[in-house]
Ligand binder design. Structure first.
Ligand code: SF4
Ligand code: SF4
Ligand code: SF4
Length: 272
């Protein structure tokens, strides 16, 4: 039973959020929403424990498609960063603000960048591309994330300052156009840099929240130094260039870990 403690803990966390929001916001949608996400994630972790090799992809598709198609396209909620700014400026703790608080701001204190490995609908598509492990050294262009972050903030602030009407409709179209831009840029970068996750490493504005918060993550991969033979395989298979053999929080690219478990699966000594 002990080996199933992680999926049980994950499910318990999401159920606690689901029930709390259902009762405090008097909206049963939150119960269904967070229960669905919690069950999908717990199922993925369970399949991983059972050594099913596509476990992570199952969760990615279950959660990513739900958020993109149901919440984004059908319910017309902008769950991208522009939607977060929009709800923040209107002072409403709904949809995107709750999503950001749970998945991208406070959640990473517990599960790091699990969002990036198991739920993001942008990475859900990028992970189908051929460069699952980077074929080239990392570039020093991560500063671009701050530009895209500022651009998203300025865009929404300008709509409010200019008192533009029907911002909600603009937000829906911003969601569609933003996603198309993300996918096109992500695919071009993946092929240009021979790295599926190039968009995540250099462009994604959400990493401005994710990286500092995941520095303190409770759940993280650790290396048993007594078993490790320094073969370097874990670093070679890591899609995010993390030096997972260093147990300190200052490990190289430590805030990039998406908990994909490729390193643990490939370690010949089961040191991770
Ligand atoms: S870095 Fe951005 S695009 Fe990549 S998985 Fe995380 S949230 Fe998605
Ligand atoms: S793959 Fe395992 S044994 Fe090899 S360096 Fe990484 S942790 Fe050590
Ligand atoms: S391979 Fe290991 S260190 Fe790299 S992102 Fe995946 S879980 Fe994190």
């Amino acid at each position: 039973m002990r080996k199933y403690s992680l999926p049980i803990i994950m499910l318990a966390i999401f159920e606690a959020v689901a029930i709390t929001l259902w009762l405090t916001k008097h909206n049963i949608f939150y119960l269904f929403n967070f229960s669905y996400i919690g069950i999908s994630i717990a199922l993925g972790v369970f399949l991983f424990i059972k050594n099913y090799k596509h476990a992570r992809r199952v969760v990615q598709l279950l959660v990513g498609l739900y958020m993109l198609v149901y919440l984004g396209l059908i319910s017309q909620e902008n769950m991208q960063i522009e939607g977060f700014w929009y709800y923040l400026f209107t002072g409403v703790f709904e949809a995107a603000t709750i999503h950001y608080a749970v998945a991208k701001i406070f959640g990473p204190l517990i599960f790091g960048r699990g969002w990036c490995g198991y739920a993001c609908w942008t990475a859900m598509v990028l992970d189908f591309l051929p460069y699952k492990t980077p074929q080239e050294p990392r570039k020093k262009i991560g500063f671009i994330r701050y530009i895209t972050f500022a651009a998203s903030l300025i865009f929404v602030a300008a709509l409010f300052l200019a008192k533009v009407g029907n911002i909600e409709r603009i937000m829906f179209w911003a969601f569609i156009i933003g996603n198309v831009l993300y996918y096109v840029t992500g695919i071009i970068l993946a092929y240009a840099f021979k790295d599926n996750r190039a968009f995540c490493k250099y462009i994604c504005p959400i990493t401005v929240f994710l990286k500092p918060m995941s520095y303190f993550a409770l759940i993280r991969i650790k290396c048993d130094k007594d078993k490790c033979i320094s073969c370097g395989k874990c670093k070679r298979v890591c899609p995010m260039d993390v030096d997972v053999t260093d147990n300190s929080r200052k490990r190289e690219n430590g805030t990039e870990c998406i908990l994909c478990m490729e390193c643990t699966k490939n370690c010949p000594k089961k040191a991770l």
